[in-house]
Ligand binder design. Sequence first.
Ligand code: GDP
Length: 453
Amino acid sequence: MFATLSDRLTSTFKNLRTKGRLSEADIDATVREIRRALLDADVAVPVVRSFAAAVRERALSSEVSGALNPAQQVVKIVNDELVTILGGQNRPLTLAKNPPTVIMLAGLQGAGKTTLAGKLALHLKGQGHTPLLVAADLQRPNAVTQLQVVGERAGVPVFAPHPGNQGHDDVLPSGADPVAVSREGLATARAKQHDVVIVDTAGRLGVDAELMAQAGRIRDAVDPDEVLFVIDAMIGQDAVATAQAFADGVGFTGVVLSKLDGDARGGAALSVASVTGRPILFASTGEKLTDFEVFHPDRMASRILDMGDVLTLIEQAEKAFDAEQAEKMAGKLASGEDFTLADFLVQMQQLRNMGSIKKMFGMLPGMGQMREALDNFDEREVDRIEAIIRSMTPAERETPKIINGSRRSRIALGSGTTATDVNQLLDRFDGAQKMMKQMARTGGVPGMGNLPG
Ligand code: GDP
């Protein structure tokens, strides 16, 4: 998401960098390009207008003319203003003083509410909360089952109507009432001492009065601490109108941007906070439960301006990495022991726990210029490497030198690869092992000087 916008903005700045001083004409030309880039990315017109005016005003002030590096100062201004339209600072979830905290999800059908319910539950569980999911979407035939599946994956219980009827919610008796279900769900959470309740509500294909009325009744019944409006970032220009309709019809306290992994223009989603005056709390970036991030306006701005989002990367690494494992590995390397293929497998799995490797690289600064290489990166390559190592015996993983011709054929057969693939991996591993040894000796990482940024 935002790749085109990001490319357009960074190339605008590149032109600026060749100039020492900036004339008013230079600034006007830059602002014009920024305005066009934002409009082409579907950012809402009033948002673009105020954004451009703010950038222009600041760029013409002494803030820029007096700066050591005027071009850089303009980038900083654009960054600041982007942060502002994205809502300024991150706003954490409001937790009730007297639990349970009630979170209600609202949005159109297909926006990603049910998926988000699972992601949010998993996220909160990771912070030590004990969430309960409540299935109050009785509109869509499969919604209850879907929430149950998501709940199971997240390891979080689900309150659904008619327990005897689980898995067959497509034949729910008529009269099943989402308001009653929400109320019962909340009562159950109180009784079973869940400290957070997440209520998944029904959506429609478009905004309609009945949908709004139903959401309003559920809201009145459960008196939520947060109403999170989930918006599909791929729906383009409609996002702003939809958000406005929900803001007027139900009211919401925060926004969740979903499907940020898509390659639509996405600028409309960037306008939602600014247009509705409600902060973006979270972002959803894929179909897996772990494809979920706390939304930080400054980090998102930084990603859009291709300055990277190293903080999010580090946080995801911290979540995924097993500290004990890492320490053991560090100790092993420091003592000069060999880094083996078995260790490599463990490392690769930890990397995997962080999610898509492509997505991770995308958070590094300057990666915009390497987008093509990144787009060509095939995640299946990692699957192949893993399959090859898994087809080896423990002795082979420990001492790859013993892998002769017949062992090689066996490994290739077992992993569904070729002897050449196995050879390539062993050669590359040999190189990596040497590098590890050198690192252990010198205490540094060789070749890191080449990294961009
Ligand atoms: P709901 O109708 O609002 O409950 O939406 P769902 O949670 O059922 O999501 C609709 C579809 O979008 C499903 O196929 C989800 O797997 C998919 N989906 C949800 N969130 C994301 C996301 O962040 N990225 C992508 N690529 N797909 C998503």
